[in-house]
Write a protein that binds this ligand. Structure first.
Ligand code: 4AZ
Length: 271
């Protein structure tokens, strides 16, 4: 499994170094899509998703290079604090990162582009399959967009298998495909830890991760969605982290388990 795991770092590296789309997703036979249409719009996907608006989801932001290339997602958890994935920010200098809020269409100038004054990366982060894939950015300004609350140890009920969750992002609409111009969303059920262990073996750690997706695949986060939100019960419960390809049957998306890191996230918000 380790040899074929999709390492999201390669997306980020390619984004920052060459601003080209990497082909990091391993090709896996895709299941017949199960379209979970939630808002009546057509012609769009995250993989298997639909268009969404930052008016409805004001907390979802994207990370861009200084030249404007979108390479990851993020979530506003305080007016000047963004939660994202460690693998999205590792090796970066704060001055190189832009946070874009309130912009559904990457080809527009809507919303606000903030700069980053500080990058915190979980000190135990080494690799997405070891957990700790969490980072907090401090912005150079308070944004007008409304933040979202994040899950704490009091929110274990939000992680029950079968819970309906929302994924959001501007990433690719198929494994190895093109990134979306527009913000997309989809609804996916959380899987049990045993289901995710069956898929990923010891690379899945239930203390640090939670998985989401349909058994038959078809709906998932994908390259460029990393760092973005997994939402349930009106709270941020996960951070898009890794998976085997995208939307493949039997391989749910893997998300950092936000409640495990709530104390450290709160410390970063308060600092
Ligand atoms: C990525 O590269 C990525 N299917 C995010 C999530 C998943 C795969 C890749 C899960 O950002």
């Amino acid at each position: 499994m380790a040899a074929t795991l999709h390492r999201l770092r390669s997306w980020l590296g390619a984004a920052l170094v060459a601003a080209t789309l990497p082909m990091a997703c391993v090709s896996v036979a895709e299941a017949a899509p199960t379209p979970p249409t939630t808002d009546g719009e057509v012609g769009a996907q995250i993989v298997g998703g639909t268009r969404a608006s930052t008016s409805t989801y004001p907390f979802v932001v994207y990370l861009a290079t200084s030249s404007g290339f979108q390479y990851c997602g993020g979530t506003l958890v305080a007016p000047n604090k963004v939660v994202t994935a460690a693998h999205c920010t590792v090796g970066d200098s704060a001055s190189a990162v832009r946070v874009v809020a309130g912009r559904d269409d990457k080809n527009s100038t809507a919303g606000t582009v903030a700069r980053v004054t500080r990058i915190w990366i979980h000190p135990s982060y080494t690799d997405v399959t070891r957990g700790y894939d969490v980072s907090v950015l401090t912005l150079d300004r308070n944004l007008s967009q409304t933040p979202i609350a994040f899950a704490t140890s009091a929110d274990s009920a939000l992680y029950a298998a079968g819970t309906s969750s929302t994924i959001l992002g501007w990433g690719t609409t198929s494994s190895g495909g093109s990134a979306s111009r527009y913000l997309l969303k989809a609804t996916v059920p959380l899987t049990s830890s045993s289901t995710c262990s069956s898929a990923y073996g010891s690379d899945f750690n239930a203390t640090h991760m939670v998985c989401a997706g349909y058994a038959q695949g078809g709906t998932d986060t994908c390259q460029g969605d990393s760092g973005g939100p997994l939402v349930a019960g009106g709270k941020l419960i996960g951070i898009t982290s890794w998976g085997e390809g995208c939307a493949a049957a039997g391989y749910p998306g893997v998300y950092s388990r936000v409640s495990t890191y709530a104390t450290q996230i709160q410390q970063q918000i308060s600092s």
